[in-house]
Design a protein around this ligand. Structure first.
Ligand code: ADP
Length: 266
């Protein structure tokens, strides 16, 4: 609590009393804490690839350049780490945009069957590399109102996670259905379920995976090119659509991300 004391005096400067103002600054402090933790996380995440680029460039300059084999492998590392930096900066900017709600959504009717088909086509090449099959089950009658580009961004994030965290030969599936409103006055919803037959997420980590930079296994996320920001961006985009997202998972069996979005935005 922040306390301000303001003395009250009359026209003749006589003492009238004291006004005590109490400000509850818990929310402000909490925000400050969240912000400074975020800055610390961002700095840490950026430092790792920068240190790698610097270190390998230094070693090249100090003489490693003379061995073409070594030089090539070091340059590849420098290239990969710069790519990681690029992705990180892109995701950090994107997160800051969606968090501050600076993304005007452009709603239009989306035909879900063709939308999902096109999105899966975009993911096909990375799925094929791991011999993962992509399936869909979407009623051809279904439409919803959404910002199609943002909805695609949500799907791509969840599908790439599905592919990244599923071993070779597995399955990733998209299922879309309409769910009737519960009770009177509610609105009908579209439920999109993205499931995989992957490594799963331990129960204790489930409540935290939508947090910024939270990863179950840092090394695994890094090696698949993850930034740890995908799911927090997804969550914000879903909330901008006035929807919700939840996850169910069994270790070793797979994960299921369930989105529920209003059919119509009035
Ligand atoms: P990342 O860039 O690390 O994939 P995300 O924000 O997309 O970051 O996901 C956060 C973490 O949640 C991941 O690091 C991973 O541990 C876990 N995760 C996300 N999706 C899945 C999935 N489909 N199967 C298993 N683990 C997942």
């Amino acid at each position: 609590v922040e306390v301000n004391l303001v003395p009250m005096r009359g026209v003749e400067e006589e003492w009238l009393g004291l006004v005590i103002v109490l400000h509850d600054i818990t929310a402000i402090r909490r925000l400050e804490k969240v912000r400074s933790e975020f800055v610390a996380n961002v700095s840490h995440e950026l430092k790792t690839p920068v240190a790698a680029v610097k270190g390998f460039a230094e070693t090249l300059l100090a003489g490693a350049m003379n061995d073409p084999e070594i030089a090539k492998s070091f340059l590849q590392i420098i290239y990969d780490e710069s790519e990681r930096l690029n992705r990180l900066i892109g995701d950090i900017l994107e997160l800051s945009k969606v968090e501050s709600k600076r993304v005007p959504l452009l709603f239009s009717p989306v035909h879900l069957n063709s939308f999902v088909r096109k999105t899966l086509d975009m993911m096909q090449s990375s799925a094929v590399k791991k011999d993962i099959s992509l399936d869909m089950q979407v009623d051809p009658e279904l439409y919803m109102e959404a910002d199609e580009d943002r909805l695609r961004q949500i799907m791509i994030n969840l599908l790439s996670n599905g592919i990244n965290y599923t071993p070779e030969g597995g399955k990733v599936k998209v299922q879309v259905e309409e769910v009737a409103a519960a009770g009177d006055g509610g609105e009908d919803k579209i439920r999109i379920t993205i499931s995989d037959t992957g490594i799963g997420i331990p129960k204790k980590d489930l409540p935290r995976i939508f947090e910024r930079f939270y990863r179950v296994d840092k090394a695994r996320s890094r090696s698949s090119g993850g930034t740890g920001l995908g799911l927090s961006i997804v969550k914000h985009l879903v909330e901008l659509h006035k929807g919700s997202i939840r996850v169910e998972s069994d270790i070793g069996l797979g994960s299921k991300f369930i989105l529920e979005l209003p059919v119509i935005h009035s």
